[in-house]
Design a protein around this ligand. Structure first.
Ligand SMILES: NC(=O)c1ccc[n+]([C@@H]2O[C@H](COP(=O)([O-])OP(=O)(O)OC[C@H]3O[C@@H](n4cnc5c(N)ncnc54)[C@H](OP(=O)(O)O)[C@@H]3O)[C@@H](O)[C@H]2O)c1
Length: 250
């Protein structure tokens, strides 16, 4: 029997997901990736194309994963989409697209995998965001989707106490990817060239930090500077001061 470990990463065609494939391939893992792209990057040993905002395609992806490639040792539910519009401008149809991918995809993929576990251990890592922890202009829908998936994962963590399954939550701060360019704007289209500068941790550093997190027993991991972590504590303890400072930020 092969002892090679196997990882499945969703949203692996670029950004953090691609960084994870690269990192785990370097560590000698067998890498499986998914996104809507029909062809995967070289860093994926196997590719399962799927639009994970579609329920039928989620089931198809899990079927292919488990039937064709074998049980994954680690699943990183990373596929996500941004949304950039005021609450008043937000169309219900756009909010539903965001929630389908950012909330329902991790929820259903985890359920489908747990149903097929049959005594095997499931280790799921859910990628949320620090945006789940406080309110920001034009990010109400995105933040709500990330907060929903974070509290869902925390609840599953409680349900799985005493079982062999594990779930962990990652809350990245800003990571240098094209997420803003891909974000849905108020017209329902990707923002593209209208996106502002989005500069933060490299995907390599983020992938390393996620991998390190999976080797700990801790449930939630914030990937951000000490200053950002302190700001989140300030938000919880004294939100009025937190928001005064946030509004002063350029
Ligand atoms: N970058 C940041 O600053 C940041 C901060 C906090 C949290 N996050 C979270 O980290 C995750 C990855 O973000 P990123 O910055 O790497 O974003 P990204 O560069 O925009 O990559 C998004 C990935 O998701 C895939 N994807 C989009 N729609 C999909 C769909 N319907 N079905 C399947 N796959 C789909 C994309 O591939 P295709 O287009 O080929 O489908 C791509 O591989 C997201 O959940 C994001 O919310 C990012």
């Amino acid at each position: 029997m092969s002892s090679t470990q196997r990882i499945w990463v969703t949203g692996a065609s670029e950004g953090i997901g691609l960084g994870l494939l690269k990192h785990y391939q370097r560590l000698g893992w067998q890498t499986l990736g998914s996104s809507r792209s029909t062809q995967g990057p070289a860093e994926a040993d196997h590719w399962i194309p799927a639009d994970l905002s579609d329920s039928a395609q989620r089931a198809m992806a899990v079927d292919r994963l488990t039937n064709e490639f074998g049980w994954p040792d680690l699943v990183v539910l990373n596929a996500g989409v941004g949304h950039w519009a005021t609450a008043a401008e937000t169309k219900r149809s756009d909010a539903e697209r965001v929630l389908e991918l950012n909330y329902w995809a991790p929820v259903e993929l985890t359920r489908l995998l747990a149903e097929r576990a049959e005594g095997r251990t499931l280790h799921v890592v859910v990628i949320s965001s620090i945006a789940a922890r406080f309110g920001q202009k034009k990010l109400a829908t995105y933040s709500a989707s990330k907060a929903a998936v974070a509290l869902w994962a925390e609840s599953v963590h409680e349900e799985w106490q005493g079982s062999a399954h594990r779930i962990q939550l990652i809350l990245p701060g800003v990571v240098s990817t094209n997420i803003m360019r891909h974000s849905i704007g108020r017209d329902g289209q990707a923002i593209g060239d209208r996106a502002g500068v989005h500069h933060g941790w490299s995907v390599e550093r983020t992938a390393q930090a996620i991998e390190r997190a999976t080797r700990t027993r801790r449930f939630a991991h914030i990937l951000a500077s000490p200053g950002v972590r302190f700001a989140l504590i300030l938000h919880d303890l004294c939100p009025s001061i937190f928001y005064v400072l946030l509004r002063r930020k350029p």
